[in-house]
Design a protein around this ligand. Structure first.
Ligand code: FCB
Length: 511
């Protein structure tokens, strides 16, 4: 059983695995840097260890409009591409949809009360664009705006800071019919929407993220066809949509800088391929990092392809070379529009693949060993990404980092004693948070951690197959049950992570 308060003495179980296996798990990339200079430096100065997270560290949890709200046509809301896509037979697991989801549109008060009972200091939510502007442009839906107004007030009254994402994948269907992200005008449409929200909420909302994981909504939605709107376009069209999306980000940041009453803090919510070193050799650490920033193929989650334009104002050279004639036409002023001052890099971090230095000296992605732990989604458990990725992102882009999503899906259920026992989620979080603390101890400015998700919810093409929440939702009765992990997270928050970090010599074996 997990200990909730961190009051019990930590138990140290000596790792029993062989060096080779332990190496493969990449459990200590800090120790992996084995040059003589590093060894001397380490001997001179033992690695700092935190006993708690820095003061002011933001503890949060996240959710997104389409995944929890339901009420797809209530009070004048317009349809989104997800409303359309879910009607397509076979598109979603068991033909489910977000039509009801967690019914958060009607149960928002109860949900905020649950967050308050967990002592949650921050909540990352997203606005449904078609709820507030049913056609995407033009007429505003006052009732839709009122919903978010009330929600933000309720959060404020509960002492919970809202972190608002403007776009978490529910594009107004009317805009899809006008070309969606393929239409360069999307920048103006999105900026107008950002202005509206900043005017309405900007006296109470300070933290904004314009777009959630653009690489995923374009890649899965426009290339692979497994997310809304379900298109299968050519890669060059994806790159065009990506350029328009980057422009839309820039235009929205401009709007968010001038409109709100509170000075905005604006960041990204980027996903990407994540890599960890396959062994503890320094060459493999270097290979994993190089692979992380390389544009190595025509997949859609290349980190630098998205981050370099946003922060450095240019597409990476290797991408321009590799994609050649497929690259979109870049007009004068585009890169200036895309590169806006940002206050933080928000990263969504779940899993990773191991990388080693290949025989040709290039990074080589290798499989996890047989039997390596995976979550319900079959994502490998890779705690060290919470140390490595923020470190690498900060080195390259020099901005503070916020973990805007991290979590796992588990096939949870209510136990016969009425509780929801999810020790695997607690173990996952503890391992990831210890790695995050190690990065902070090493000097990386990491401002916060948002768990995905506060509630079990509609997991896109996977329907309700996956449970990601700290709180279990029964979709028939809408009953909410706080899981053990939710109770444990309450202790993490209350102790500012002391209970996680009290375990001084955790067993790092994963299997
Ligand atoms: C992220 C999405 C989020 C959720 C998690 C599991 O990619 O942003 O909506 O689906 O994955």
């Amino acid at each position: 059983m997990p200990s909730f308060g961190g009051t019990r003495a930590p138990v140290y179980v000596r790792p029993r695995m062989s060096i080779r296996r332990r190496q493969f798990l990449g459990w200590s990339a800090a120790a992996a840097v084995s040059s003589a200079a590093m060894k001397r430096a380490r001997a001179a100065r033992p690695p700092a260890r935190l006993t708690e997270f820095p003061k002011g560290f933001v503890w949060g949890a996240a959710a997104a409009s389409y995944q929890i709200e339901g009420a797809p046509a209530a009070d004048g809301k317009g349809p989104s591409i997800w409303d359309m896509f879910c009607k397509k037979p076979g598109a979603i697991w068991k033909d489910q949809s977000g039509d009801v989801a967690c019914d958060h549109y009607h149960r928002w008060k109860e949900d905020v009360a649950i967050m308050k009972s967990l002592g949650l200091p921050a909540y990352r939510l997203s606005i449904s664009w078609p709820r507030v502007i049913p056609e995407g442009t033009g007429a505003v839906n006052a009732k839709g705006l009122d919903f978010y107004d009330r929600l933000i007030d309720e959060l404020g009254a509960a002492g919970i800071t809202p972190w608002v994402t403007l776009y978490h994948w529910d594009l107004p269907l009317a805009l899809y019919h006008r070309g969606g992200w393929l239409n360069r005008d999307v920048g103006g449409w999105f900026a107008d929407y950002a202005t509206l929200m900043a005017k309405r909420l900007g006296d109470r909302v300070k933290h904004w993220m314009p777009l959630n994981e653009p690489q995923v909504f374009l890649g899965a939605g426009l290339v692979q066809g497994r997310h809304a709107p379900g298109d299968k376009l050519r890669f060059a069209e994806f790159l065009l949509a990506a350029h328009n999306t980057l422009l839309a980000h820039g235009r929205a940041v401009q709007a968010l800088r001038v409109t709100p009453k509170l000075p905005a803090r604006i960041g990204t919510a980027q996903a990407g391929y994540n890599y960890v070193p396959a062994t503890d050799a320094a060459v493999d650490l270097a290979a994993a990092k190089a692979r992380y920033f390389a544009t190595a193929d025509d997949s859609y989650k290349q980190n630098a392809y998205w981050m370099d334009p946003l922060i450095l104002g240019r597409y990476p050279d290797d991408a321009v070379k590799l994609y050649g004639a497929s690259m979109p036409a870049i007009r004068a002023g585009d890169m200036e529009t895309i590169k806006q001052r940002l206050d933080f890099i928000g990263a969504t971090l779940y899993s990773a693949d191991p990388v080693r230095r290949g025989k040709d000296g290039k990074p080589e992605v290798v499989p996890w060993p047989a039997g390596y732990p995976i979550t319900g989604f079959e994502w490998a458990v890779a705690p060290s990404i919470l140390r490595l990725i923020p470190t690498w992102l900060h080195e390259r882009y020099k901005l503070p980092i916020v973990i805007v999503e991290n979590g796992l899906s588990v096939r949870d259920w209510v136990a016969a004693d009425g509780g929801v026992h999810d020790p695997d989620r607690i173990d996952f979080m503890a391992r990831y948070l210890r790695e995050l603390a190690a990065a902070i101890a090493a000097g990386v400015p990491i401002e916060g951690y948002f768990h995905w998700s506060i509630l079990d919810n509609f997991e896109w093409a996977e329907g309700y197959k996956h449970r990601f929440g700290l709180v279990l939702v029964n979709y028939e009765t809408q009953a909410r049950t706080i899981k053990d992990s939710g109770k444990w997270y309450r202790e993490v928050i209350a102790s500012n992570g002391r209970n996680v970090l009290a375990v001084t010599a955790p067993d790092r074996r994963m299997y």
